[in-house]
Design a protein around this ligand. Structure first.
Ligand code: AMP
Length: 377
């Protein structure tokens, strides 16, 4: 079966690696160049969207910031899963918030801002502190403003006003109540076309400067897992979703609140490559290709450490972990690979992370020690 992935980054690459044993042939459509490329070598396989669609059996996506006309063309083919509506939802916080409300899941109170009067209304409705997020093109904490006190109000408005003036007409800003969360967790789940679902255990995420640093899959909190799974089902059903869907939550004193969703395989699910019976990449392909879903059981406590920008990775750490390079040139803030560490128990995982923390530069890998400390709590 031939699967076309919209986007030609590391997620398409890892789908190709996971799909090969199932005889699933992955090609990647680079939305920037309009070329279809091999997801590993980036060799050009074809030009133009129409021929890419024509030669695919199934179309899916590895990111959500895709032009609406590209999504519409894929949707028209009848081959696109999870489909244009789901991708648009993940790429536009305004639509996302409406879907979360429709699904009836707990999420931060919000107000949509286009004009100064909306801004003033947001402040009187939600109070302070507030976080403002661009509706489109927001990822890894980009396109955000934080308002801590009344003193910040005027300066923030001028910045938001300038941002909106320079943006296209579809852009707006979402104001959200600032949630004083204890920690951030995410759920990666998969839904088949027949409505079957399978979900991985919750992952705890540590971010540095808005970018995911470490994900830890070692928790067995059944009450939280249950809350997350119910919300997954509500959202996935509301979108009639097919494929892997990631949901990021705030954990506020044992109650989960959805922060955002990603209609695709997700960085906080990379641990499943070594830590689960069937990884998220294979499960996504199974779902969109109409194959039975795979077992999402965690085989061992696992942590995933992102490699971001220029990093030194001593070879000797390979005796304790798996390296996944993306074959990408390092640039500040760019994810170029990740490290998966599995261990027989939570305590052993903490030990391994402590040892890794001693081999890795703490400015390049800022959250490894914190992850080890969290495992010991
Ligand atoms: P996002 O791009 O929405 O995931 O936001 C990036 C980061 O900002 C999140 O990982 C949180 O740490 C923080 N954040 C986002 N929304 C809120 C909120 N409503 N309250 C507090 N922190 C937030």
């Amino acid at each position: 079966m031939k699967v076309l992935v919209l986007g030609a980054g590391q997620l398409a690459r890892m789908m190709a690696l996971a799909g090969a044993p199932l005889n699933l042939h992955i090609s990647a459509y680079d939305v920037n160049t309009g070329n279809t490329v091999h997801p590993l070598t980036h060799e050009i396989l074809g030009k133009g969207l129409a021929s890419a669609i024509e030669s695919a059996d199934i179309i899916t996506a590895e990111f959500e910031h895709i032009a609406p006309d590209v999504l519409a063309q894929c949707q028209e083919s009848g081959k696109f899963l999870p489909g244009a509506e789901a991708i648009l939802t993940g790429g536009d916080r305004r639509i996302e918030k409406a879907v979360l409300d429709k699904a009836g899941v707990n999420n931060a109170p919000y107000h949509v801002i286009n004009l100064r009067e909306d801004y003033d209304a947001a402040i009187s409705k939600l109070g302070l502190p507030l976080i403002l997020k661009s509706a489109l093109d927001g990822y890894d904490g980009k396109g955000q403003w934080r308002i801590k006190s009344a003193e910040d109000l005027e300066a923030t408005w001028y910045s938001v006003e300038a941002f909106l003036a320079g943006a296209d007409d579809r852009q707006c800003v979402i104001a959200e109540t600032f949630i004083p969360f204890d920690r951030e967790v995410s759920l990666i789940g998969v839904r088949g076309a027949n409505g079957d679902t399978a979900m991985y255990p919750l992952t705890e995420n540590i971010h540095t400067d808005g970018i995911l640093s470490v994900s830890i899959a070692a928790d067995d909190n059944h009450a939280l897992q249950q809350q997350a799974e119910l919300m997954f089902k509500a959202i996935a059903d509301a979108l009639d979703y097919v494929g892997v869907l990631a949901i990021e939550f705030f954990d506020v004193d044992g109650t989960l609140m959805v922060n955002e969703i990603a209609p695709r395989v997700h960085n906080s699910g990379h641990w499943t490559q070594q830590g689960a019976w069937v990884c998220q990449f294979e499960n996504h392909l199974r779902a969109v290709c109409g194959l039975p879903l795979g077992d999402t059981t965690r085989v061992a406590p696992t942590a995933m450490i992102n490699m971001v920008g220029h990093v030194n990775v001593p070879q000797e750490i390979m005796s304790d972990c798996h390296l996944h390079w993306y074959d990408k040139a390092p640039r500040p803030g760019r994810k170029i690979g990740h490290i998966n560490v599995t261990a027989a128990s939570r305590e052993k995982l903490a030990e391994k992370l402590t040892k890794l923390g001693q081999s890795l530069d703490s400015t390049e890998f800022p959250a490894v020690k914190e992850a080890a400390d969290r495992l010991r709590c």
